[in-house]
Write a protein that binds this ligand. Structure first.
Ligand code: GTP
Length: 503
């Protein structure tokens, strides 16, 4: 303070000059030495913040008194100094405010711009936070008014908040920014400032786009998707799952996938599944399940365990496709490959296969097996008199009677035409197979009704026993065929045991 006061006194001395007025001033009006009074007034002005002008009467030029103009000049200087102080303080306050704003906005990851309306009415950017500065330096469209001009103009025009989203090409790539411009309201004056804020939504947009894509894929895929939590409760299914199983989403969410269980799999099947999931994190295989309407369906299923960052299982994801039709087709093909399409009996290939296995087993167990070779008698007449279809019906009926005449474990096959073979296994006594042949003859001899007509056919049977008559599949069949031929020759509708003459 002392320093300031000394400066003002010094200034007063600099500006103090004798004036003509000072010489004409009456001596009685001088109450104190002029410099001292001027100094007091100046000090009072500074101390009180007021600039006061007053007559300062010197005691004469010879006494060094000051003219009024000199005093006024001094006050003017004081006023200028005071104004400078005010301006400096104001600027300091502005700077502090800007710094505070900067500090407040520095941590804000968003972009903050403040616009002011110039005298021409055009908005001018008067503030940018650090993120906004970075954006402007990185962006190829550095001027924020280029990408948010409409918003700022609209906010200035109506004082409302306006927002939009725009894409900016920056050195770091294309960014998507959500802008919102907000007028700084003032009840008295027209809108003078608009704050423009921007949020970088590039990653959010990418995440959203990814989410939308995943949802679309899930909805569109033909594979059934079922997701459970770690406890095995269903948390998500897709449309294909609903279409395949017949269940609505809300009917399965929160339930266990076991609501689809068909009951066709052993417990060991599911135990092996869970063991694989536990140790390998994945399992795949074919599962028979049941739709809501009770129908069985087969699915090729693959289950994967999802783990969280701590390594614990968080979800199980099952992706499956309905392979019921495919399996049926495969089974149909297999059936065609192994069964006679007319009678559904085993065909020649399957019979050979089973006979081979039976020979192998008989070798191991020192057992016996029997083979019967059958040829219908008088079948041609059915075809000739009633037609091929009637002949087919008769063949189907004969097939049923043959199956009914032997044990379930025995294999009845149709080699073709009206020829059949039967594998009897095991044969403990030859009489056992002879008894079977007699039952068969009796069954085939029963009249067969096809439509309006009734037919009578017989059957000639040749019998061969392994290992008594042959030790190979082909040898055994040849022996049985030969025996059947003998049965025909001996008058038909009878059986012949190989090399044992007519029965
Ligand atoms: N309906 C029908 N007939 C068939 C089929 N395959 C072969 N045949 C006929 O079955 C007949 C078999 O002839 P054969 O064994 O000589 O007829 P058969 O009257 O029984 O003669 P024998 O054995 O001497 O008593 C032929 O007329 C064939 O055309 C078939 O799949 N369906």
């Amino acid at each position: 303070m002392v320093d300031v006061r000394a400066r003002y006194i010094m200034l007063l001395h600099v500006f103090a000059r004798p004036s003509p007025m000072s010489r004409s001033t009456p001596a009685h009006m001088s109450t104190s030495p002029a410099p001292a009074r001027a100094g007091r007034l100046a000090w009072a002005a500074v101390a009180g913040g007021l600039v006061r002008a007053g007559p300062v009467w010197g005691s004469g030029a010879g006494e060094g008194g000051l003219a009024p103009t000199v005093v006024a000049a001094g006050f003017l200087a004081i006023a200028m100094v005071a104004a400078t102080i005010v301006v400096v303080r104001y600027v300091g306050r502005l700077r502090r405010r800007a710094a505070a704003l900067d500090a407040a906005c520095a941590a804000d990851p968003g972009f903050v711009f403040v616009f002011r309306r110039t005298s021409s009415g055009a908005p001018r950017c008067v503030y940018r936070n650090p993120a906004a500065k970075r954006l402007c330096s990185e962006s190829f469209t550095a001027d924020p008014l280029r990408f948010a001009a409409e918003l700022v103009a609209a906010a200035f025009a109506d004082g409302q908040a306006h927002s939009n989203e725009s894409a900016l090409d920056t050195a770091a790539g294309r960014r998507t920014v959500r802008w919102s411009a907000c007028a700084v309201a003032d009840a008295v004056r027209p809108i003078r400032r608009v704050t423009l804020r921007g949020r970088d939504r590039t990653e959010a947009r990418d995440d959203e786009a990814q989410r939308q894509l995943a949802t679309a894929v899930l909805a569109q895929t033909r594979d059934c998707v079922l997701v459970t939590d770690a406890t095995g409760r269903i948390v998500l299914v897709n449309q294909a799952f609903c279409d395949t199983t017949g269940y609505r989403r809300e009917e399965v969410i929160g339930h266990s996938p076991s609501l689809l269980a068909s009951g066709l799999h052993e417990r060991s099947f599911f135990r092996a599944m869970w063991e694989a999931l536990e140790h390998e994190g994945a399992w795949q295989g074919e599962v028979w399940n049941r739709r809501k309407n009770g129908d069985l369906f087969a699915e090729a299923l693959s289950i994967t365990a999802l783990r969280d960052e701590t390594g614990r299982v968080s979800h199980y994801v099952g992706v499956s496709s309905d392979i019921t039709a495919q399996k049926a087709q495969t089974e149909q093909l297999q059936h065609l490959a192994h069964y006679d399409p007319l009678t559904h009996l085993a065909n020649r290939a399957l019979f050979h296969d089973r006979l081979g296995h039976a020979v192998y087993r008989a070798d191991r167990t020192q057992g016996r097996i029997g083979v019967m070779f059958l040829d219908l008698d008088g079948f041609k007449a059915v075809n000739d008199s009633a037609g091929h279809d009637a002949g087919d019906h008769l063949l189907q009926e004969v097939a049923r009677r043959l199956v009914a005449s032997v044990r379930k474990a025995d294999t009845v096959s149709r080699l073709g035409g009206d020829e059949f073979t039967i594998l009897v296994e095991p044969v403990l006594e030859v009489n056992q197979i002879v008894a079977a042949a007699e039952r068969i003859i009796a069954a085939v001899n029963r009249p067969v009704t096809v439509g309006e007509e009734t037919f009578h056919v017989g059957v000639s049977i040749g019998i061969a026993v392994y290992p008594d008559h042959a030790t190979s599949v082909d040898g055994l069949l040849e022996c049985a065929d030969h025996a059947m031929y003998q049965a025909k020759q001996q008058g038909k509708n009878r059986y012949v045991l190989h090399a044992s003459g007519a029965a």
